[in-house]
Ligand binder design. Structure first.
Ligand code: TXA
Ligand code: MG
Length: 344
């Protein structure tokens, strides 16, 4: 497949290019577009064939449902059964990095929702994403634009590495603003949600609205034998770099001692800004200040992809705190490390 790569600036969106991209989607094709979280691999959410193409391009199991991207919260009406709680969340957080799981109407093909009775809706804030959805005039189904199992793409280079030749168009809109995927919540009752995937919008942000939040057990750990995944994506290996990642659970001094015992030729080190000088002779990545989760979120997937292009055997990183936006990092990093956490 021939892939056209185009550059678009959020400040001055080229309407003709958006029209070209919208036409591809309306004709049943695949367009990668930027969002404020990560890049998405988009197709017509109302077409079963288009959804099937997404699964094929990503190598994704077809029981792992897609998020439908809408341009205003009210657009959810045609595709889902909304509720006052949906609008409460929408008023506060949309457009923005949140995805809400709602009961689906039949207008969403089973292929798009991975066979479930529910559908995930998200109204992205990125102006290019928003312009594209409006130009298409119907929702765009889009998972992250990575090959299944690898870290989500946060710039066009990542997308090209994974998707070139597998989609019709790639829109390069620069670096993703946040860098980790949206917060996902499932509406459970009149005033309660379950957090299925943590993101930039935190548990506390939602609780501030007076909404009860239960955190799905898979957010902080692996599924136990026999446990059922609330979100099908939880059961698949995720975000995994090819280089083995180990998370070190301990203070800087004990992490330094542990790492310095390993071979600098085989080892790359992710550490906080004030620690970079503690690992002479090692490949060191500055991950920002210890509690600067925004910087860390912005860097994580890029760092994992960059290190995979070098020939290290192991990567060591500190186990992040699971507080605030840190919970999103914790969730992605324990998966990237396949739960290899070393308690120091
Ligand atoms: O930030 C994001 O959400 C990005 C951008 C492109 O919007 N999209 C994204 O999509 O991360 P994806 O497909 O990579 O992750 C969506 C997750 C999957 O784990 C999937 O299983 C879950 O959402 N999901 C989708 N529909 C669901 C549903 N009806 N019920 C439960 N989980 C659902
Ligand atoms: Mg994904």
């Amino acid at each position: 497949m021939i892939t056209r790569v185009v550059k678009l600036s959020s400040d001055d969106i080229d309407k003709d290019l958006i029209k070209d991209a919208a036409k591809i989607i309306l004709d049943g094709g695949l367009v990668v577009f930027p969002t404020e979280t990560v890049y998405g691999l988009g197709a017509d959410a109302t077409s079963a064939e288009a959804a099937t193409k997404i699964y094929a391009a990503k190598g994704r199991p077809s029981d792992n449902p897609l998020i439908i991207h809408i341009s205003t919260p009210e657009d959810a009406e045609d595709y889902t059964y909304t509720s006052p709680l949906y609008y409460k969340l929408a008023k506060e957080f949309m457009p923005g990095p949140i995805t809400v799981i709602l009961p689906a109407k039949n207008s969403v093909p089973r292929e798009t929702r991975g066979g479930l009775d529910t559908v995930a809706v998200r109204c992205p804030e990125n102006p290019i994403a928003n312009a594209l959805i409006r130009a298409v005039g119907r929702p765009i189904a889009a998972p992250s634009a990575n090959l299944s199992g690898s870290p989500s793409p946060t710039n066009a280079e990542h997308v090209i590495d994974d998707m070139y030749g597998r989609c019709d168009m790639i829109i390069d809109g620069g670096d993703s603003d946040f860098g980790l995927e949206s917060t996902i919540v499932k509406i459970d009752g009149e005033n309660s949600v379950t957090l299925l995937r943590p993101g930039k919008i935190t548990v506390d942000d939602i609780k501030k609205l007076g909404v009860e939040v239960e955190i799905a057990s898979a957010v902080k750990s692996d599924l136990k034998a026999g446990e059922i995944a609330l979100s099908p994506g939880m059961k698949y290996k995720h975000y995994a770099p090819k280089t083995e990642l180990f998370l070190l659970d301990g203070e800087a001094s004990s992490r330094v001692e542990y790492i310095l015992n390993d071979d600098p030729h085989l080892t790359a080190v992710i550490c906080y800004s004030d620690e970079v000088d503690l690992f002479p002779n090692y490949k060191v990545i500055d991950f920002g200040a210890k509690t600067d989760y925004i910087t860390q979120a912005h860097l994580l997937f890029k760092v994992l992809r960059d290190l995979d292009k070098e020939n290290y055997t192991r990567i060591y990183a500190p186990l992040p705190s699971a507080e605030g936006v840190g919970l999103a990092l914790y969730n992605r990093m324990i998966r990237a490390a396949a739960h290899k956490i070393i308690k120091l």
